[in-house]
Ligand binder design. Structure first.
Ligand code: SF4
Ligand code: SF4
Length: 338
């Protein structure tokens, strides 16, 4: 059966370097968990050459809030030394020109700002903290993206509260040449979070607002989420499921590691091992990982409500081009700062 599987080469690595976070997002538990454990630069020194040997070219560094990690700059330098293109997902609260300068010097190549809305009240309801002037954060990211040729984008978590502001967010971000990705708020049926899931009379409004986003995409606005994915967000909220469940290829192209060093078939699935007790190469090629891949391909993955691979697939081509360009420039020794 294994012979029938497509080859599994992780172009992407995703690493959650810590859980600690300075946001208090209602739909996320990271900030509630034990904050002391994290991936260290010493871990990365061993890990990154293994990732390169497996084929990882692009590493998404996330958390928690990665800007809170005391060794982030060193981790970036180690990634560049292993010829891995890095990007951060950040809530932007700690982002300043000075911090950006240091990140770029360390080798950062991309940044995604988690920003659900430009409305301060809704921002507070989603994220439990205040963001002073989100427009300034967008402008800062746009400025650095231009100056240093960084890939930059905005990631918006959609709930019942913010669909009305999507058009404004996309317009504002796109005016600054920042594309937008939209993902639904995942509440895992927790009763205290049901206010974030559109229901009843709100559903037609959400449908209209998502339809507007799809039209904007068709008219050339830079929206990274596929139209199919955007349609399925509404489908899921109105029916409680998405049918038919399609195959997912996440475990073929993305290698995921959490703050403990656990290697996961996907964020939503249980660990198959840990980098402190096994080589990541062995884990990636293990029979347990292959079993997960079989389930993903068969549409039998229990982890989530639709194949998130829609969106991975839609960005893979442009990302590959971007990463190849960067790696070809690495022949310039000045790019490597370590
Ligand atoms: S910013 Fe991200 S990691 Fe932090 S609490 Fe919000 S969703 Fe969780
Ligand atoms: S179906 Fe969802 S949970 Fe399962 S591997 Fe794909 S993205 Fe992950």
């Amino acid at each position: 059966m294994d012979d029938l599987l497509p080859s599994a080469i992780p172009f992407w690595g995703t690493i959650e370097i810590l859980k600690r976070c300075n946001s208090r997002c209602s739909y996320c538990n990271n900030w509630k968990e034990n904050a002391s454990q994290r991936i260290s630069a010493a871990d990365c020194q061993e890990l990154f050459p293994q990732l390169t040997s497996l084929g990882v070219q692009r590493l998404i560094i996330t958390g928690g809030e990665p800007l809170l990690h005391p060794e982030l700059d060193m981790i970036l330098k180690l990634a560049v030394s292993s010829k891995i293109y890095t990007s951060l997902i950040t809530n932007g609260l700690l982002l300043s020109s000075a911090r950006f300068d240091a990140l770029v010097k360390a080798g950062l190549q991309g940044i995604t700002l988690s920003l659900d809305t430009l409305d301060p009240e809704i921002y507070y309801k989603h994220r439990g903290v205040k963001l002073q002037n989100p427009l300034k954060k967008l402008q800062l990211i746009s400025e650095y993206a231009h100056r240093f040729n960084l890939s930059a984008s905005v990631n918006c978590v959609l709930s019942s509260l913010n669909s009305k502001g999507l058009e404004n967010l996309i317009n504002t971000a796109n005016d600054l040449e920042l594309p937008v990705m939209i993902q639904p708020c995942i509440t895992d049926n927790q009763p205290q979070l049901q206010y974030l899931v559109p229901a009843g009379q709100e559903l037609p409004n959400v449908k209209r607002n998502l339809q507007k986003v799809i039209e904007m995409k068709e008219n050339g606005f830079r929206i990274l989420s596929s139209s199919e994915f955007l349609t399925n967000i509404y489908e899921y909220w109105s029916k409680g499921c998405v049918q038919p469940i399609t195959k997912c290829e996440y475990g073929f192209i993305n290698l995921t590691i959490n703050h403990l060093g656990d290697v996961l078939p996907c964020w939503r699935l249980p660990a198959i091992g840990n980098i402190h007790t096994a080589s990541v190469v062995e884990l990636w090629n293990s029979s347990e990982m292959q079993n997960w891949r079989l389930r993903m391909l068969a549409g039998k993955c229990p982890g989530c409500w639709l194949s998130c691979s829609f969106d991975w697939q839609s960005t893979l081509k442009s990302e590959k081009y971007c990463v190849e360009q960067w790696r070809s420039n690495l022949s310039n020794p000045q790019v490597i700062n370590t």
